[in-house]
Each structure stands twice: as structure tokens, then as C-alpha cells.
Design a protein around this ligand. Structure first.
Ligand code: GDP
Ligand code: MN
Length: 398
């Protein structure tokens, strides 16, 4: 969900599937629908459906939102229909607004269906501006919460939690009041918010979100959906959560990069980027975008880039089939320009490079580096803007 990203975009988060999030949240007292289990094969659907009484809801367990609108959630009347629906859903490519290329469905959560009367939104995220965790609550929950955030920001009530005083009862009452929660259900919603905040805090989450928080026709308040993202910096405190990390869905290039300890994030464009230092790489992405190009990735080769590391990093970048040109942007401090130049030349010998490569070197031994590159097919650039312009031109021509 995009709202969780109001304060910036998180990288390397530990994403937890809905069924896992619901299990975790249940430990904090949060009410969740009765579960018939998670199935990976249609033959298991019947038993799972019967476990919740036959009539059930089947939910694709994928790390993208908007499943409801994309056909990833189906309510069926009995075990026969559950088997049929599971057969159709397992293996399907789910295309949502958040995943235009589609995500393969390999598991389904089978749950008690809810007679939802009203859908609320409840979320907890860190707010960088106020340096507080903030709880958000809206009566306009459900599938269009992003539109609500854009069009009716006032419909989302917020409360910031003081890190020393913690969340206090009056704040919860204020939150429900501001959100316009009807009196009859306000105590239950307040308790729910208190429990979600406790879970978020204890789990070192960077996002805990219930959307929809369902109010059923018979007056129950339950988490119909649940999303948890745990800060990977806190994983050492939660070895059990690390085990949940599902890398089956992770981008295969990112997964390989992580195996090689290469700091790589795939961005979807066609210009491969390598640089030393996260700040420099970020600036390079901006420069390439300003020159009209679309970066394929973020890759920080770090300090003291040796030939073997450069080769390994370049191999990762080139394994993205969309890459049409590569830009190396290296500022020499500890990393020496001549060493980088040698590393690049070395890797161009051992790798089959079919795209143009632009190298920008500055700082320690940049001139020596440029000299080394002179008689190679590599394009040298001395300034960042010049390098970005050249790589965008070359990508367009290649
Ligand atoms: P998302 O679209 O990926 O965020 O998936 P959700 O779990 O939020 O479900 C989307 C929508 O399915 C909800 O907003 C509900 O309106 C709808 N829905 C209908 N019946 C049910 C039900 O019994 N259980 C759940 N969880 N959702 C239901
Ligand atoms: Mn949802």
C-alpha cells in the first residue's frame, strides 16, 4: 500500500505474507477470521474449505496489494466451488496496479468469509517529519484507500505517539473521534488500534496495516487483511521473522546480488548504473533521469573496488536483459581511479559485453584511469552531467 511510503521508500524490508501477518498479530490479541489453512494445490482446497464450514474466501498470498480488484480474492459458497476456484487461481499471473508484469500465485489462504458491513483503514508507520510513530485511522477503508489519501486527506485521522510516554488512552479516543467512528464500535476500534500499535512496536515493524478493518453485520471487528513490514535492521532480534522472509517472489537478479553481497536494487529502466558510495549512486540516478534516461538499477560497489568485485557487480547489472548501456561513476578517494579502470577493462575481457559502457572517473588517480581507458571501446567522461548525457545517447542508439 502506498500510504506506508508517505515518509519515503523503504529498501530491503522484510515482507511478510498476509497469513503470516495474521498469525503474528493474533498473538497480540488482534481478531482475525478463522483460517482453514494455506494451500498450494487445488486438491487441498476441499478440506481447507470444510474446516471453516464450506463457504469460504480464497486469497492469493502474494506481496502486492490490490488483489481484490485483480481476481486474487474469491468468495465461494461451498467446498466444491473452493476446489474449482483454487484450480483457477493457483498458477495464475496476478496483474495489479502495483505489479503490472504480474506475480505468479503459488499459495492461497482459505478463510472464513466475512459479512462486511463497513471497511475501515488502520495503519501504523514511522513519520519522519515528526520523528514519531503515527497511527492512521479512516472510516473510508477498503480497496480505494490510496484514492482517499489523495482526494480526501482529511478523512484519515492521525495520532503521533510520544516515544517516552507511549500511546495513551485519550489519544485512542481522540483518534476514533477524529475519524468519525460511530460510538457503538469506537471502544472495539480503539482496542484494535492499541493492539496493532503494540504489535508494530514489539515486532520492530516499519509498517503494520489492516485494510480493511472489517466491521461485520453481526458487529464483530476483525482484520480482514493484514500487512506487516519488518525493519531488516532489527532482524537480529527476531530470528523467527527472518525465517518468514519469502524470497521466492524476490527479483531473481536482486536475489543473486544479495548472495554475492552486492548492493543492488532493480529499478526497471534500461541504463545500468554502478558507482561507489550510495550517495554518489543516488546522485547518478538523478543525473541520468535529468538527461532523459531511465536507470535500470542502483548498484553501490563500495570503497576499494577491486577488479573481481567490479566484474561481479557488472555481471549482475548486465544480467538484466533491459540494460542497453552502462554508466560507471566512480569518485576516487580510497578507491583509486587506475584500479577501477583496470577492473573495468579486466571485466570487459572476461564478460561478454554487448552494450556501450561509459566511465566517469574523478578524484584519486582519475587521470591515470582515463589514460588506461584511452585505447578501449569504453567511453570516458570527466563530469557527471556529461557522463549521463553520453550514456543516455548511447542507450538510445544501441
Ligand atoms: P487487497 O485488495 O490485496 O488489499 O486484499 P484485501 O484482503 O484487502 O481484500 C480486498 C477486498 O475483498 C476487501 O476490501 C473486501 O471488500 C473484499 N472481501 C469480500 N469478502 C471478503 C471476505 O470475506 N474476507 C475478506 N478478507 N475480504 C473480503
Ligand atoms: Mn487490503
Amino acid at each position: 500500500m502506498v500510504m506506508g511510503q508517505i515518509g519515503g521508500v523503504w529498501r530491503l524490508p522484510v515482507k511478510i505474507h498476509e497469513f503470516q501477518a495474521k498469525q503474528l498479530l493474533a498473538h497480540y490479541g488482534i481478531a482475525v477470521p478463522a483460517s482453514g489453512g494455506v494451500i498450494a494445490d487445488a486438491s487441498e482446497a476441499r478440506a481447507a474449505a470444510e474446516a471453516v464450514g464450506g463457504r469460504c474466501v480464497l486469497k492469493a498470498q502474494v506481496h502486492v496489494g490490490g488483489r481484490g480488484k485483480a481476481g486474487g480474492i474469491r468468495v465461494v459458497a461451498n467446498a466444491d466451488e473452493a476446489e474449482q476456484a483454487a484450480g483457477e487461481m493457483l498458477g495464475m499471473l496476478l496483474r495489479t496496479r502495483q505489479a503490472a508484469d504480474g506475480v505468479r500465485v503459488s499459495r492461497l489462504l482459505v478463510e472464513e468469509p466475512l459479512n462486511i458491513e463497513q471497511e475501515l483503514y488502520l495503519g501504523v508507520v514511522p513519520d519522519r517529519t515528526s520523528q514519531r510513530n503515527v497511527i492512521m485511522l479512516s472510516m473510508m477503508g477498503g480497496m480505494d484507500i490510496e484514492a482517499v489519501a489523495d482526494e480526501h486527506p482529511d478523512a484519515i485521522a492521525r495520532v503521533r505517539v510520544d516515544p517516552l510516554l507511549g500511546l495513551r488512552p485519550y489519544q485512542l479516543r481522540g483518534l476514533c473521534g477524529d475519524a468519525g467512528v460511530p460510538r457503538e464500535i469506537a471502544p472495539a476500534v480503539a482496542t484494535f488500534a492499541e493492539q496493532l500499535y503494540a504489535a508494530y512496536y514489539a515486532l520492530d515493524a516499519s509498517l503494520a496495516e489492516i485494510n480493511p478493518l472489517a466491521i461485520t453485520r453481526d458487529g464483530r471487528v476483525l482484520a480482514a487483511d493484514a500487512k506487516l513490514v519488518v525493519d531488516d535492521n532489527a532482524l537480529f532480534r527476531h530470528p523467527d521473522l527472518r525465517a518468514l522472509q519469502d524470497d521466492a517472489e524476490e527479483d531473481p537478479i536482486e536475489a543473486e546480488a544479495h548472495r554475492r553481497s552486492v548492493q543492488y536494487v532493480r529499478l526497471g529502466g534500461d541504463i545500468g548504473i554502478l558507482g561507489n558510495g550510495a550517495g554518489l549512486v543516488m546522485a547518478t540516478l538523478d543525473e541520468v533521469a535529468r538527461a532523459g534516461g531511465r536507470p535500470a538499477n542502483f548498484l553501490d560497489i563500495g570503497g576499494g573496488a577491486k577488479a573481481e568485485l567490479v566484474r561481479s557487480a557488472l555481471e549482475i547489472v548486465l544480467s538484466d536483459p533491459n540494460v542497453r548501456a552502462v554508466l560507471f561513476n566512480v569518485f576516487g578517494g580510497i578507491t583509486r581511479g587506475d584500479e577501477v579502470a583496470r577492473g573495468i577493462i579486466e571485466s570487459t575481457r572476461t564478460l561478454d559485453i554487448r552494450v556501450p559502457v561509459v566511465v566517469r572517473l574523478a578524484g584519486t588517480r582519475a587521470a591515470e584511469g582515463a589514460e588506461i581507458l584511452r585505447d578501449t571501446p569504453l567511453t570516458f567522461a570527466s563530469g557527471m552531467a556529461e557522463a549521463a548525457r553520453k550514456v543516455v545517447e548511447l542507450a538510445a542508439a544501441s
